[in-house]
Design a protein around this ligand. Structure first.
Ligand SMILES: [Zn+2]
Length: 102
């Protein structure tokens, strides 16, 4: 008799579990492609070697990095495309000593 056991279908966006597969900007309501990776760490919440990452488009990179840097959370900003090659696991073995940047 009771028709109340119909559960509402939960939105896939309801939870904040993990990062989305698609590389879009982390800024609110922005769906632009990510161009930058902001690497940050909150010393009050995270151990020093923990790394959180936000993605940012060109437009929001400044805004998001400002947000993190005023709190001293920001560690580094990396070009999104380079992220895969920037991993420093030591297994690739290419050690470029004199890296002056670009
Ligand atoms: Zn954006």
């Amino acid at each position: 008799m009771n028709t109340q056991d119909q559960q509402p279908s939960l939105s896939l966006f309801g939870g904040a579990a993990g990062q989305p597969e698609s590389a879009v900007c982390s800024a609110k309501a922005c769906r632009a492609d990510a161009r930058w990776v902001l690497v940050w760490n909150n010393p009050k919440l995270h151990t020093p070697d923990r790394r959180k990452t936000w993605l940012a488009c060109d437009e929001h990179r400044e805004h998001l990095s400002q947000f993190l840097s005023v709190r001293s959370f920001l560690k580094e900003v990396l070009p999104f495309a380079d992220r895969a090659t920037t991993e420093d696991d030591g297994s690739t073995g290419s050690n470029e000593g004199a890296d002056g940047g670009r």
